[in-house]
Design a protein around this ligand. Structure first.
Ligand code: HEM
Length: 388
């Protein structure tokens, strides 16, 4: 065989084998996904749960509503799907969604009889910054240990002990609102206040005082709690994409700040927020920050540091782990209650008969502007306990 013929033969063989190789890989890849698809739709343990076939087949269904081309719409789509398929539906290859409140005690069952791990998909856990939080503990026993260490802080008795703090912060909010009623605060006109931000200032200062023994000075900020609220919203808005691409997002969260700045300025801001929390916790755990004793209550992390009743191994008391816990407390304790208050006030003002009825009832326990009222007195009012 002469040299030319040999070269052209080898070239041809190379081309054929590259093409063949690609074809083989493609066929394997395709067969793999077809097998997965058939398994998910027909043989998966939740295959019998009603719901759209496409949702059972692929996560791209959820992506379509939550990430692109729609955004944050899957929750609303689920309502439509419940109308069509019933109270228990399959919403993606792994998950069911239940729209039936009688199921609450089954899902949130306590005790070891119902021992089950949580699923990292829905919480998108994994980034080092957040993985220390109770919310991010997927293992049943780890979650239980973290939860047991904190649940006492949110008992009715302990929350009631926060009454002076809550009253004091509410008074500061009222004083600030009074000022803003008469001056231009640059939010579209004189006396106009964004209630979400105003209540977020209040709730954030309360939960921050409870966590660390010091507030966030939100009431002194020009736009109340807006800056912090924006950071919390960034985190929440990242969840749908983080659920779809957890490895990528976790990797980005764990990058050093100078590198992640190129990819996501939002993550930089969130990590800076967490770094601020870490600094506070480190000070507390290193005994550089007093006892945290304030008007009848002690801060959560001072108790973590000092009280032998808080049963956690030393690694669970590391500042970095507690930073994640505090980050969830701050987020969970701020946005939820602030929004509930803002929406309530909106409807009380809009539905005048409801507003005035509540006002009449309140006057029975608060006859003058300076009267003082306790929580049990408020809780006994018919409108507030829905006994009408
Ligand atoms: C309107 C008020 C609130 C609502 C509607 C609300 C709702 C929720 C929901 C739906 C969860 C998720 C449960 C799960 O998936 O397992 C949760 C978890 C949590 N919430 Fe709230 N929440 C509110 C107020 C608060 C407040 C004031 C705090 C105080 C810090 C708080 C702290 C937490 C914590 C720490 C978790 C994680 C619990 C765990 O992993 O076991 N929440 N909340």
């Amino acid at each position: 065989m002469d040299a030319h013929v040999l070269t052209s033969y080898l070239e041809q063989a190379q081309t054929i084998s590259a093409g063949k190789l690609f074809g083989t890989f493609f066929a394997i890849w395709l067969s793999y996904w077809i097998t997965i698809g058939v398994y998910r739709v027909y043989f998966h343990p939740i295959a019998h749960i009603p719901g759209p076939r496409l949702a059972a087949l692929t996560f791209w269904y959820e992506f379509y509503y939550d990430v692109y081309p729609h955004k944050y719409q899957y929750g609303f789509k689920l309502r439509e799907l419940h109308d069509k398929y019933g109270p228990i539906i399959r919403i993606n290859p792994f998950h069911v969604h239940i729209h039936d409140h009688s199921y609450l005690d089954t899902i949130y069952a306590t005790g070891n009889a119902h021992k089950r791990d949580r699923c990292s998909w829905s919480h998108h856990s994994g980034a080092k910054t957040f993985s220390g939080a109770m919310l991010e503990a997927m293992d049943h026993d780890l979650h239980k240990m973290r939860r047991n260490a904190t649940s006492g802080f949110f008992s009715k008795r302990n929350v009631q002990a926060l009454e002076p703090l809550i009253i004091n912060t509410t008074n500061r909010l009222l004083a600030r609102l009074k000022q803003d009623m008469t001056r231009d605060i640059g939010e579209g006109g004189q006396g106009i206040v964004n209630l979400n931000c105003a209540f977020a200032a209040m709730t954030m200062d309360i939960i921050s005082e409870y966590c660390f023994g010091e507030g966030m000075n939100s009431m002194e900020r020009p736009r109340y709690g807006k800056q912090m609220l924006d950071i919390l919203h960034m985190g929440l808005q990242m969840r749908p994409i983080a659920r779809q691409f957890p490895t990528l997002i976790n990797w980005m969260f764990d990058l050093p700040p100078e590198r992640v700045a190129y990819l996501s300025p939002e993550i930089v801001v969130m990590n800076e927020f967490n770094a601020g929390l870490l600094a506070r916790i480190t000070k507390i755990m290193n005994y550089e920050d007093g006892s945290g004793e304030k008007a009848g209550h002690r801060s959560i992390f001072h108790v973590f540091r000092d009280d032998p009743e808080v049963k956690l191994p030393p690694e669970e008391k590391e500042p970095f782990r507690l930073m994640a816990e505090s980050s969830v407390f701050m987020g969970a304790g701020t946005e939820t209650t602030a929004r509930a208050l803002a929406v309530t006030i909106y409807y009380l003002l809009k539905e005048k008969d409801i507003g005035s009825q509540l006002l009449q009832e309140l006057k029975t326990v608060l006859p003058t502007k300076d009267s003082k009222v306790s929580l049990p007195q408020l809780e006994a009012l018919p409108y507030l306990v829905s006994t009408l």
